[in-house]
Design a protein around this ligand. Structure first.
Ligand code: HMG
Ligand code: MG
Length: 301
């Protein structure tokens, strides 16, 4: 198995499921993770160690991690988990997570609604978590929300995105994901922002985390790839949505990203047919329309 040309970070079990109103059984989450792993994905964001009263859907993070650890899958697959503060870190470390995803917004309004604190406070908490991670040999990754615009504060200043990204790297994150939470950005917006970020940050420290509300996310992925990025977050069947952004859809569908890259001769390491069947299966399990155009076409064949 040759090393893939791009790294796909599957975030369906976390970003995709976190917002679904009816409680998804833990057994379905585990089956989803197993199926994603079987399709060749090598990084799967598994769950969140956040406050359960904020995100009740992922209150079973401990159980999900227990199954992952017991399965031995961690030997070959990376399972990052979202961590907002030291309490979350303790849960993640006790569950033997090997990577923590720290998060902060590039806008004050979103920071308040999502984490009940200012951007600076979120970064200070992240610094505490990063320190604890590094002391225990746990990898830390940062993700920034609202890179283009915030549902409360309007357009985001690229200088703010740059400063948050630099903070994450300074605290020891090996990579920073760029979250277009609203799924509003176009290829032109992506190019404009990346030109600014890449003037100070190497491309291999950045990842695209694009939501697909306006149908622009695949274009944003290829634009970012052309500008040197090689890691992209995506969600099987395009699962997801944001509680703070009315009408916002999930992340770019993993099937659509894999289809686009493979047709360009860029290896992803993912079996697209198998992944598409998983996308169809999980969409039915959670009672949502399959959000992947490529996946829907492939299962209809
Ligand atoms: P708070 O209410 O200000 O915190 O929440 P608190 O310290 O006052 O604690 C309140 C209660 O939560 C207490 O329990 C704590 O023990 C508990 P009580 O005494 O009431 O029983 N608590 C926790 N429990 C478990 N794990 C924890 C934890 N922390 C506190 N880690 C806090 C502040 C940050 C915790 C909260 O706002 C929170 O959990 N927010 C997370 C929200 C979230 O997960 N959002 C979605 C993920 S971010 C995202 O999707 C964007 C991304 O995809 C990128 C993009 O697309 O933009 C990453
Ligand atoms: Mg997201």
């Amino acid at each position: 198995n040759a090393k893939p040309d791009v790294s796909i970070v599957e975030v369906g079990p976390r970003d995709g499921l976190q917002n679904i109103k009816t409680q998804v059984d833990t057994s379905i989450k585990i089956e989803l993770i197993q199926r994603l792993a079987a399709s060749g994905l090598r990084t799967i964001e598994a769950t969140s160690f956040v406050a359960p009263k904020w995100i009740p859907q992922l209150a079973d993070s401990k159980e999900v991690m227990q199954h992952i650890v017991a399965s031995g899958m961690q030997k070959s697959i990376n399972f990052p988990v979202l961590v907002p503060n030291l309490k979350g870190f303790e849960g993640a470390a006790a569950s033997k997570a090997q990577e923590a995803v720290l998060f902060a917004a590039a806008s004050e309004g979103f920071s308040r609604k999502n984490t009940n604190c200012s951007v600076e406070e979120a970064l200070t908490r992240a610094e505490d978590v990063a320190k604890a991670c590094l002391a225990q040999g746990i990898r830390a990754r940062g993700v920034i929300s609202c890179i283009f615009a915030c549902p409360y504060d309007g357009p985001t200043d690229p200088a703010k995105v740059l400063s948050v990204a630099k903070r994450f790297l300074e605290m020891g994150c090996y990579e920073v994901g760029l979250g277009d939470t609203l799924g509003i950005g176009t290829a032109a917006d992506t190019e404009k922002l990346l030109r600014i970020l890449l003037s100070e940050i190497p491309a291999d420290k950045l990842a695209g985390h694009y939501h697909d509300t306006y149908g622009q996310a695949v274009a944003n992925v290829i634009k970012s790839y052309d500008m040197g990025l090689r890691t992209f977050d995506s969600s099987v069947a395009g699962l997801g949505g944001c509680p703070h952004a009315k009408g916002a859809t999930g992340n770019v569908a993993t099937e659509d990203v894999v289809y686009m890259f493979e047709r360009a001769g860029v290896a992803t390491g993912v079996d697209l047919q198998q992944l598409s069947e998983t996308g169809d299966w999980i969409s039915k399990q959670v009672g949502q329309k399959n959000g992947s155009r490529a996946g829907s076409a492939l299962v209809a064949k």
